[in-house]
Design a protein around this ligand. Structure first.
Ligand code: ZN
Length: 81
């Protein structure tokens, strides 16, 4: 929920109004502690959530691949003549 802070707005009255929304914000981490926040149109919410799930799955797979490669690296070092 957001408050517009316009005087006399009935949605944003102190103590009474609950603000405007709900609105959905996509927070994108850009590294180096930089985050970009992008408003998501209501009708795209589901699609954005599915994309985020897919992104999380790919990241999980990449971590597993990195772990396997690290194990292989260690094994190869052990067998080094
Ligand atoms: Zn308002």
């Amino acid at each position: 929920m957001v408050r517009c802070n316009k005087p006399g707005c009935r949605f944003c009255q102190k103590g009474k109004g609950k603000g405007h929304g709900p609105i959905w914000i996509l927070s994108v981490s850009l590294g180096k502690r930089r985050v970009r926040q992008v408003p998501v149109p209501h009708e795209w919410k589901k699609e954005v959530e599915e994309s985020l799930r897919a992104f999380a799955q790919v990241q999980k797979l990449l971590k597993q691949i990195a772990q396997v490669n690290l194990d292989l690296f260690q094994e190869r070092k052990r067998q080094r003549p």
